[in-house]
Design a protein around this ligand. Sequence first.
Ligand SMILES: [Fe+2]
Length: 524
Amino acid sequence: MNKITVIISTILLFCVCKVASENKGWQEYLQDNSEEFHDIPLTWESGSNVPSWLSGTYVRNGPGQHEFGSDKRKLSNWLDGFAKLHSFKFNGDRVLFSGKMLESQNYLDSVAAGELVPQFTLNQFVNPEDDWNIFEKMKIFYKMMDGTAFDNFNPMVWRFGEANLDNGVFMAVTDAPAALRFNISDLSTMGVQMPARYPPSTTGCAHPLREPGTDNTINFMTKLSMTGTPYIEVQRYRPEDSFSEPQIITTFTPEKTSIVHSFSLTEDYAIIFMYPLDVDIMKIFTSNFHLFEAMEWDETEDTDVYIINLNDGDVLHLNADPVYSLHHANAYQVDEEEIVVDLCEHGHTGLSEYLRVDNLLQPPETTEWKFIEENEFARWRINLNTGKVTKQSFRNETDSIFANMIDFPMINENYRGKEYCYVYGVSLVDYTRTAIVKKNVCRSGEDKIWYKENHYLSEIWFHQSPNSTVEDDGVLMTLAFDGERKQSYMMIIDALTLETIATSYLPHNIPWSAHGYHFYEAQF
Ligand SMILES: [Fe+2]
């Protein structure tokens, strides 16, 4: 019986009975860690086999600090933690590890004050009585007008500019319109990059994408017209474009605004799903500038689907059943008539409730291993002739609930916007039961799963083997936390078999973090 069979058999056992877990080390995994350190060489466990061709720099972004010393104004949503970058400079098995907090102005001011200074947060404070007074609210309003009320640049990183160290513009990005530039060598903060001041921008998107076959970035922002009507600007940043002056592919006025965190590209189209989840702009004031407290879900509304032609800017508007998703995995044009989009769906309370610190800190000890339909990973088929958008579930032949409930989707980036077969995702069940899933979207019977009790997994990066044309020939890299040892580690996995090939325990722990990107152009 090989390792994979053992793992899947273990999972099968979990599917038929309740399983109690000790959640070992979970509290330690969630401990803040704002320590700064630079270029520490990693040591690999014996038997590790790191591919000699691995190079470039992997950068991960995630919350590192939730408190500033004062008992007042403790942040209640994990994502409200202030962003910390970790980097791994690869040269085969010689890897240098660094960590540093992003030094946005609101972060620096809060450190200096020993307490959170006036700014937007996602949820209200742990103690609602700590909320902003009238003078502090006026300060936030002033910052809002100035575009500085929110500068916590969680949870993603991206490169604008050219694909080299001299002219690459490495940025921490979030769903706000601005971004924070950092130095990829020492992770120092280089300053906020703002979009053009007029027309004013209200939101951006934390998951820009590379236009297939190019080094261009495609993204979109919500802007306000002269009359205050929100509209969407779809943007193309060529390597020579500055952050404030992208090429505008098109603009359109959506039927409703929506909280949209990612989108899809095919070779000819951008596809934006606008869900019936939005922030009521007037409630931002009555909710004391806590964005998620002003969120509203309207299940009587459809999801609006916009298909934007990247070549001529034409926009097609279609409707789909109400759904919410944070992350698109990939999309492609099947033929002239049909586009498919693979979505990680979520309950609409996921952002505001799932990631509340008091929920995170108390994971259930017993898991019932039930499939949760609203967290399904599924395919949405868009028929351009009939205008119908329909959901199609993937079959699950593993009998494991992990297989069709994945998030943090990663693919072989060479297949972005093209017909493809593999998504690598993390399945998160009851917070602490976390698995890596290799999802075969072409043949559901060939899904593979990596799971270990009391090990807490996070987003993956896929590296394709050099000169290989096989989509899944390569290695996966992820950051995990060993609950038994109470220590973070980097793990490299054979993407073909899902067997671990290298492990390195890290000298500094990395708290639960969100997204990362491997910059091959950042060679040191
Ligand atoms: Fe995300």
